[in-house]
Design a binder for this molecule. Structure first.
Ligand code: ATP
Length: 251
């Protein structure tokens, strides 16, 4: 088992063509914790997650995953993480089952492990016989369920999930939240997820960071943040955190 914390993020800064997407983002994620990065459109959530996953480079700042940098192409990091993108093109002519088998073969050490990954993903996707149909026939929500199952079946020690329930109906959102929680309970892994659905995050996350305009304006357990801002729910707490940060009109 690797030493160090699942994730340490320190003072990330990133600009795109002069637009400052991140202006100094820092947070940690502990073992067995579901940590939510939450904020409005354009706040910098996807940029942060893509840097953590090693897909893009920050201009400055540091990321450590169990003490290792995701920026160096270190294969040990790739074995520790799994990334669910916000929008994923899937191979349209593969069936759902082909897709799961393809991913399992990449990650598994042997055929037995690949089979147990696929069996697990078949069950949690809830797609049943539709797994035999080509992906081009799937609805947006069905693709999302397949991708969440594929992301977790590789048993990452740090799962990085960008808006995991985006596009899912209420029923399947509840089911997928349950699967994420069960995964963490069973494996003791850590999850970093992003969302702009604060009510959902309140049920799912052990700790959250409010991000706005590329800066983190508050971090804590949902209950602590509600108490700190005298708010009934996280939405209210977010609004009050924006006011306190002097960022009214800058959301
Ligand atoms: P959403 O909730 O809408 O997905 P987000 O919090 O994930 O938003 P990011 O996608 O990280 O936000 O975007 C942060 C800022 O960086 C925005 O101003 C966005 O326009 C800008 N940005 C992101 N990606 C790029 C890019 N590839 N080129 C130029 N600007 C970008």
């Amino acid at each position: 088992m690797p030493q160090d914390k699942p994730l340490v993020v320190r003072d990330l800064r990133k600009s795109y063509d002069g637009v400052e997407a991140l202006r100094g983002v820092s947070f940690d994620v502990e073992e067995g914790e579901i940590f939510g990065l939450i904020g409005p459109n354009g706040a910098g959530k996807t940029t942060t997650l893509r840097i953590v996953a090693g897909l893009i480079r920050p201009d400055s700042g540091e990321v450590r995953i169990y003490g290792l940098s995701p920026q160096t192409g270190d294969v040990r990091v790739k074995r520790l993480i799994s990334y669910l993108p916000e929008e994923a093109g899937v191979y349209k002519n593969l069936t759902g089952l082909d897709f799961l088998e393809f991913i399992a073969e990449v990650y598994a050490e042997d055929g037995g492990e690949a089979q147990s990954m696929v069996d697990w993903a078949r069950r949690v996707s809830g797609l049943g016989d539709r797994l035999r149909d080509p992906l081009r026939t799937y609805s947006k929500g069905m693709k999302r369920r397949l991708l969440i199952a594929a992301t977790l079946m590789t048993r990452p020690r740090l799962a990085i999930l960008d808006e995991p329930t985006s596009g899912l109906d209420v029923y399947h959102s509840v089911v997928m939240r349950g699967i994420i929680k069960e995964y963490v309970r069973e494996t003791g892994a850590a999850v970093l997820l992003s969302s702009h659905n604060m009510l959902e995050v309140e049920y799912l996350c052990d700790r959250v960071a409010f991000i706005n305009r590329g800066v983190i304006i508050a971090t804590g357990k949902p209950g602590e943040l509600k108490e700190k801002y005298g708010a009934e729910n996280l939405e209210d707490a977010f609004i009050k955190a924006v006011e306190e940060a002097g960022m009214v009109g800058q959301v």
